[in-house]
Design a binder for this molecule. Sequence first.
Ligand code: DX5
Ligand code: ZN
Length: 218
Amino acid sequence: MIKLAPSILSADFARLLEDVKKVESAGCEYLHIDVMDGHFVPNITLGPGIVKSLRKDVNMVFDAHLMIENPNNYIKDFVDAGCDIIVVHQEACKHLHRTIQNIKSYGIKAGVSLNPATPIETIKHVIQDLDMVLIMTVNPGFGGQSFIESMIPKIKELKEFIDKNDLTVDIQVDGGIKPDNVAEVVKAGANVIVAGSAIFNSDDIPTTVELFRNNSNL
Ligand code: DX5
Ligand code: ZN
């Protein structure tokens, strides 16, 4: 059973709560919150203030994807804002182990994201402490980019590593996921599916969500 995580990057920021309520009532489990600082990625989005405002009216699992430099300095702010899962980039953490422990010290879930060029190898000594690994299937920074097909063997490699070591770690995929390629990533081992443009740009969100679920039912 997959979990669907609509990315608010493709929502209408002037109607953010209204848009988020649409995906919540369509049954999506996670709200994927893309935080960008204009340094780690060439785009700027939102901070903990907006997350805190949404938290009051939304019951979904808040999944913060921090695409920022020095994420360790902002963990507490995102915890206080009401995040349930915080995902940091391997490439942005000088002391990844310390940052993971910092997230977990607040009693919430911790995840690490890997850019397309970053190997699985770079997290193998910390993965036992993680709840989720995010395999980027586009280069982070923008919604609406094309899925990078060569990430399929990477998802498979991660799934094999997790199974071989008897770990319980979710595999999240993010970037270019649509109803017509979701089966491919689920078959490779992903179980938490981020979708931004495919869901928020849809004229009929409930039908699109249903399509994602039916197509990922292998
Ligand atoms: C990209 C973000 C994604 C993005 C996905 O840096 O991390 O979450 O919003 O958007 P789509 O699904 O449109 O590729
Ligand atoms: Zn994301």
